[in-house]
Design a protein around this ligand. Structure first.
Ligand SMILES: Nc1nc2c(ncn2[C@@H]2O[C@H](COP(=O)(O)OP(=O)(O)OP(=O)(O)O)[C@@H](O)[C@H]2O)c(=O)[nH]1
Ligand SMILES: [Mg+2]
Length: 219
């Protein structure tokens, strides 16, 4: 039985989008905002909205997610981007998958409208997901929204602290024989703030580089 759910929101300068995301979290889901060295008002905006704020000065998506996971206390932890691109309303479905026996529930991004997911960001994900399926890991995306039991996630020992984190998590979960359940989640343009990854070719190249290092290590 799942009695509590924490939602880790990795944040680098998300003061604009964050209130909307926090305001839409399902009732009873507790927000843990990880402020990843923001220079905007992310921390104060999060605290004002009632979220717990954890500071992780070491930059990187994986570093932020891991800090949130350590700070979490709930049975099940969800991870969600804080830029408003993914609806918090999708989380109960993922948690239901975990309650139903999945070890890891992940969201597959389905673009909602034009500009939500530029081709240069999407192509690499499709390719890597195809490689994962060849290894028997049943996913169509390397998604940024997921739910799993906190203890199991920590025991998995994901080491990457950058954009390679979601891919390493899937690889380790597959190797550990986890039951992985992927469901569609709508993916929209961020609702505020500045694009850091998929909005630019430079950001995409950095993310692709992080993922290829993970793949090289897993060969
Ligand atoms: N880029 C980046 N994001 C971070 C970092 N630490 C935490 N994050 C958060 O991780 C989440 C995903 O990053 P995004 O910048 O939305 O990445 P993306 O969706 O691929 O690209 P854009 O939305 O176009 O920037 C957001 O909530 C970020 O604020 C970091 O060091 N770099
Ligand atoms: Mg985003």
């Amino acid at each position: 039985m799942i009695t509590s759910v924490d939602v880790v929101l990795p944040c680098l300068d998300e003061a604009e989008a964050l209130p909307g995301v926090l305001g839409r979290l399902p009732a009873g889901y507790r927000a843990i905002v990880v402020d990843n060295g923001s220079t905007d008002d992310t921390a104060s905006v999060a605290a004002a909205a009632g979220a717990r704020v954890v500071a992780e000065p070491k930059r990187g998506y994986g570093a932020a997610v891991h800090a949130g996971l350590l700070a979490a206390t709930a049975d099940v932890v969800c991870v969600l981007d804080a830029d408003g691109s993914l609806a918090p309303e999708a989380l109960p479905g993922l948690v239901a998958s975990v309650a139903g026996g999945a070890d890891l529930a992940v969201g597959r991004r389905v673009p909602a409208g034009r500009g939500a997911w530029p081709w240069h960001a999407r192509g690499g994900n499709l390719l890597i997901a195809a490689l994962l399926r060849r290894r028997g890991i049943p996913v169509r995306d390397i998604g940024p929204v997921r739910a799993a039991r906190r203890d199991s996630l920590l025991a998995l020992g994901v080491r990457d602290r950058t954009y390679g984190y979601p891919l390493e998590l899937l690889l380790r979960a597959g190797a550990a024989g986890w039951r992985i359940h992927e469901t569609d989640v709508a993916y929209s343009p961020r609702t505020g703030g500045r694009s850091k990854v998929s909005g630019s070719v430079r950001g995409t190249v950095r993310a692709a580089w992080a993922m290829s290092s993970v793949l090289a290590g897993a060969r």
